[in-house]
Write a protein that binds this ligand. Structure first.
Ligand SMILES: Nc1ncnc2c1ncn2[C@@H]1O[C@H](COP(=O)(O)OP(=O)(O)O)[C@@H](O)[C@H]1O
Ligand SMILES: [Mg+2]
Length: 402
């Protein structure tokens, strides 16, 4: 009776307990009930009820497969009973026993009650056995399909989730792969840069003893040196997290004003930066902070570079230091540019997020965040008051001055 393909699916997916084997017989005529029960008892767990309401009580407490109900009962007809059952238990099949004269009324009610079969009286035992067996097979099939559909839906969700997890893992792998490559590249560049630095540092020392050297030249060399030192710090940071280790900080007590000054010296090596109007606002009486000097300069320089890239000559860039309610020092870099592109707002501090095409690595804000958080601080991006962008990060004040 049951479709072979369905049966094999049921077995393959180990869908169990589809049938309870319980059948309910409903008739207000006691002898009729006894005869019916005698026919079905060898094959089923048989329950009996002598009215519609009594039958509903059995339905509520027993997991049934099939109900066989007489149509003509006082109070509630067989069709009415099945209609009531189908509301909460649509997977229980109903068989209605009826006289020929009821046929029209019954046919009209078929749709409402969803009865599986109508048997006319007098019925014979084979007919009843067959009807109940067919009804049970129908119930089996219906429940099997429902359970398999639910299973597929669940597996689908599981599959979708597993695929999403895999995709994320793959993304991470790609990131790590790129970071690893970058780490290897930076090692070579770092080596060359150190040699430059040594050469320039010697020149600077030499200049210190010579009176004929102009201040301009001295300044140029100082700016160049600051730039190279900053680059080295950047490369070191890249190297460190390419190797995957925790970022080591070399903490000392630093003056916020001095830090901003040093970052601006590095920036002076950038011709575009010199075309911006730079405003410095350092609050009075700021405490020193506990920080890694080259790394914090690197953060300020990254933010300032982004501000330069977001603005046109003549536009203003502000760099600030103030104190927040908790006593931390808050550094801010604000520009008058177009603001952060909406599409990347939520991923701003992720690695490789850049809208600058070839010109951008998307590492600046990522590294800034790593460094600030390595100091136990917080970095965030705000909308500047006049369009534009404002980045803020907070750093703890050092103990002795706090
Ligand atoms: N001040 C700013 N104004 C507008 N957009 C900015 C600003 N700073 C950062 N962004 C956006 O954030 C992206 C990521 O910045 P960053 O991590 O420094 O990488 P990169 O500068 O290499 O693109 C930039 O490509 C840019 O779209
Ligand atoms: Mg940048």
């Amino acid at each position: 009776m049951v479709d072979e393909r369905l049966q094999s699916l049921v077995e393959r997916y180990e869908v169990r307990d589809l049938l309870s084997g319980h059948v309910l017989l409903v008739d207000d005529d006691e002898p009729n009930l006894e005869v019916l029960a005698a026919v079905l008892e060898p094959d089923y767990a048989v329950h009996q009820a002598d009215s519609g309401p009594a039958a509903l009580e059995v339905v509520a407490s027993t997991p049934l497969d099939v109900i066989v109900a007489d149509q003509r009962m006082p109070g509630m007809t067989g069709v009415e009973l099945l209609e009531a059952v189908s509301r909460d238990h649509p997977d229980v099949a109903g068989i209605v026993l009826t006289g020929y004269t009821d046929s029209d009324a019954i046919i009209a009610a078929i749709n409402r009650a969803g009865a599986f079969r109508f048997l006319t009286k007098p019925w014979n035992p084979d007919e009843i056995r067959m009807a109940v067996a067919d009804a049970a097979a129908y119930v089996y099939q219906r429940r099997a399909i429902e359970r398999l559909v639910a299973l597929v839906a669940r597996r689908n969700d599981e599959l979708a989730k597993a695929l999403e997890d895999l995709r994320l893992a793959q993304d991470r792998m790609l990131h790590l792969e790129r970071l690893g490559t970058m780490g290897r590249l930076t090692a070579g560049v770092t080596h060359d840069l150190r040699n430059f630095l040594i050469g320039l540092a010697l020149i600077e020392e030499e200049f210190a003893t010579r009176t004929e050297v102009t201040d301009d030249l001295r300044e140029t060399v100082a700016v160049g040196l600051a730039g190279i030192r900053n680059l080295l710090a950047t490369l070191e940071t890249m190297n460190q997290f390419a190797r995957g280790g925790p970022m080591t900080m070399d903490l000392q007590s630093l003056s916020p004003a001095r830090l901003i000054h040093d970052a601006l010296v590095v920036m002076r090596g950038d011709l575009e930066f010199r075309k911006r109007e730079v405003v410095q606002r350092v609050a009075d009486g700021l405490p020193d902070i506990e920080g890694d000097r080259p790394r914090l300069i690197q953060v300020l320089v990254n933010l300032l570079r982004n501000a330069v890239q977001a603005t046109a000559p003549g536009q203003r860039i502000a760099v600030e230091a103030s104190r927040d309610a908790e006593g931390h020092v808050v550094f801010a870099v604000e520009d008058e540019g177009p603001g952060i592109p909406p599409g990347i707002r939520d991923h701003l501090f992720d690695p490789f997020v850049s809208t600058k095409g070839e010109g951008g690595m998307g590492m600046g804000l990522y590294m800034a965040k790593l460094i600030v958080e390595g100091h136990g601080g917080v970095i965030r991006c705000l909308n500047a008051i006049n369009a534009g962008t404002r980045f803020e990060f907070s750093i703890r004040a050092s103990c002795q001055r706090n």
